[in-house]
Unconditional design. Structure first.
Lengths: 163, 97
């Protein structure tokens, strides 16, 4: 229990650092760290397949995507960065306070989750659930993947120069 | 229900990030944090209710959708940067319909 709470505190701290840090590159790395800590929690809650997906895709692929877009966009000049830093502090100083106050309020509220009985053994296998009970989800995933592919193709299509 | 508290905290951090920043990449990072909170919530609920297989299936679906959304969103952000030479959301308020 203590270890779980400690990991969850690390997760929140990593998320906070991701948002609070000034550099976008560090922010992307913070996101990867948050995903990695979330993977540890997922593994500890006995969900290895979801953990593998979270680690390889969310902690690996998506930060790389963010780092690529950061490197492709133009950096701020020194003067712009200085002004940005000042306005950034004004906007973000309240966040740690909000997180701490929200945490205290939630602990005082002591919300309980209503639990149900577990499913029968035949439905307790993730492969069975994915391929037999949630077939429509797979269809949706395929449609979304194709939508994404077409979206990227349209976004990066070279336009013909008129005249 | 300790995890529930941290789910709410990560969600608050993500929402704050989206609301407080003007940088489009940071908005996407905030969106990612929201998805992380939802993932944690689903896994926790699956663990508590004993429906871990269903929770894993839902998380895998979420991750697939997340990747597609991020890829397209990054493409949109790059397109905006190409047009405006800036990632500031205040510079894209005057859109031509």
């Amino acid at each position: 229990m203590f270890l779980e709470v400690l990991i969850l505190i690390f997760l929140t701290a990593a998320a906070l650092w991701t948002v609070m840090t000034r550099s976008l590159l560090r922010s992307a790395m913070g996101l990867a760290l948050t995903s990695a800590i979330l993977t540890v929690i997922i593994f500890r809650l006995n969900a290895p397949l979801a953990g593998v997906f979270e680690l390889s895709v969310c902690a690996g692929l998506i930060p790389v995507l963010f780092i690529s877009v950061i490197s492709l966009t133009q950096a701020l000049t020194y003067k712009e960065a200085l002004e940005h830093m000042k306005s950034r502090f004004a906007r973000f100083w309240a966040l740690p306070l909000i997180v701490i106050i929200a945490g205290i309020i939630l602990i005082l509220m002591n919300v309980k989750l209503k639990t149900k009985l577990p499913l029968p053994e035949s439905q307790a296998d993730v492969r069975f659930v994915m391929w037999h009970l949630r077939q429509f989800d797979l269809l949706g995933q395929i449609i979304i993947l194709f939508t994404g592919v077409f979206g990227v193709v349209i976004l990066f299509k070279e336009r013909k120069k008129s005249g | 229900m300790v995890s529930g508290i941290f789910v709410v905290l990560v969600f608050v951090i993500g929402i704050y990030c989206i609301l407080a920043t003007h940088n489009l990449i940071r908005v996407l990072i905030g969106l990612e944090l929201l998805i992380k909170a939802v993932t944690l919530l689903i896994i926790t609920c699956g663990h508590k209710t004993g429906n871990m297989a269903l929770a894993q299936a839902l998380v895998i679906t979420i991750i697939v959708i997340e990747v597609v959304i991020m890829t397209v969103a990054v493409g949109v952000v790059l397109g905006i940067h190409r047009h405006n030479n800036s990632l500031d959301s205040r510079n894209i308020r005057k859109l031509k319909g």
